[in-house]
Design a protein around this ligand. Structure first.
Ligand code: MTE
Length: 323
């Protein structure tokens, strides 16, 4: 990935001037004075690449052991070549083959809805006040395979809180870029594009919910959802929306792409649950990617092994009905 360092990007290059001034005002209100200090320093950049832009310096991060699995991570090669990203094709190798020329720089994210602060922000500005962490999380797909992945990101709740959600903010809706020219999968009506997902606000604020910008110590490859994606490790993989351009606080439960297309198969909550089966895949066992087809399947754990941390969010709910 070829992102510019925050210190070198001129926000007026990305946004019309009026919007830019408004965004500056909002950033000030967000307490973003740390921007210049927190980002990678301009002096640490490598020389200009052939695009004329200096490549962004490698991500700096600290490892968060508290929230990390101790299981061995799935090999980088598998993490980056066995993907679900329907915007770039339906088969697992398609995203790697078809997303290489996808442009993720510049990138901006619109944040709004039921919050005191809102606007459209250059990704660099949004991220600058946050420190990046590496967290090794299990990822469990509804198709009954799993991986263990060292993601780089920041707690979603830390970013959301800066926008001061109002008491009406009961849910958070996320939207992927809509750009059929760049995303060939969007030229077919496989899903109702753009891809949308949602969380209840307490789920979004849970410290395990991660906004991800990198993997294996590097910025995200396009096929993994560059430049910004969600990872919610106690839910099936489809909740972990990729290439996010919009985040909205809502009063009503947002629609989600998969529950819109097949409501009997994909619920809004989608918590990993070995007792509630998908019509086409049992959820009792899972196959770890990269361990060979003959590897024994292991038992799937409630909430993908994160029950101690998140089960209390669902106390009193019937998880067969709210699957
Ligand atoms: N986000 C978008 N925009 N489009 C998709 O097709 N697939 C989801 C999720 N996020 C998807 C998406 C599914 S089904 C899974 S399992 C995970 O991305 C896969 O993430 P990975 O390819 O990094 O393993």
């Amino acid at each position: 990935m070829n992102r510019r360092a925050p210190a070198t990007i001129s926000p007026s290059e990305i946004t019309p001037e009026a919007v830019f001034h408004d965004r500056r005002r909002i950033l000030a209100a967000l307490g973003a004075t740390a921007i210049a200090v927190a980002g990678p320093s301009a002096s640490s950049q490598a020389p200009a690449a052939s695009t004329g832009r200096p490549p962004r310096s490698p991500p700096r991060y600290t490892r968060n052991t508290r929230w990390s699995s101790t299981e061995p991570p799935t090999a980088y090669e598998h993490v980056t070549s066995y993907n679900n990203f329907y915007e770039f094709g339906l088969d697992k190798p398609d995203p790697k083959a078809n997303a290489q020329r996808f442009r993720t720089d510049p990138w901006s994210v619109e944040i709004g809805g039921e919050a005191e602060l809102s606007g459209r922000f250059a990704l660099e500005d949004l991220l600058a006040p946050h420190a990046l962490e590496e967290r090794i999380y299990r990822l469990r797909c509804v198709e009954a395979w799993s991986m263990v992945v060292p993601w780089l990101g920041l707690p979603l709740g830390d970013l959301l809180r800066r926008f001061k959600p109002t008491s009406k903010a009961k849910y958070v809706e996320f939207t992927t870029l809509l750009d059929p020219k760049q995303m060939p999968g969007q030229r077919a009506r496989v899903l109702d594009w753009p891809y949308v997902e949602g969380l209840r606000i307490d789920e979004a604020m849970h410290p395990l919910a991660l906004l991800v910008v990198g993997v294996y110590g590097q910025w995200l490859p396009n096929q993994n959802g560059a430049p910004l994606r969600l990872i919610v490790p106690w839910k099936y993989g489809f909740k972990s929306i990729k290439s996010i351009v919009r985040i909205r606080f809502t009063e009503k439960q947002p629609q989600t792409s998969w529950s819109r297309s097949a409501p009997d198969e994909y619920g809004f909550y989608a918590n990993v649950n070995p007792a509630v089966h998908h019509p086409r895949w049992s959820q009792a066992k899972e196959r770890r990617i990269g361990t060979g087809l003959l590897a024994t399947r292991s038992d799937t754990l409630p909430f993908n092994g994160y029950a101690a941390e998140v089960a209390s969010l669902y106390r009193g709910m019937d998880l067969r009905r709210h699957f």
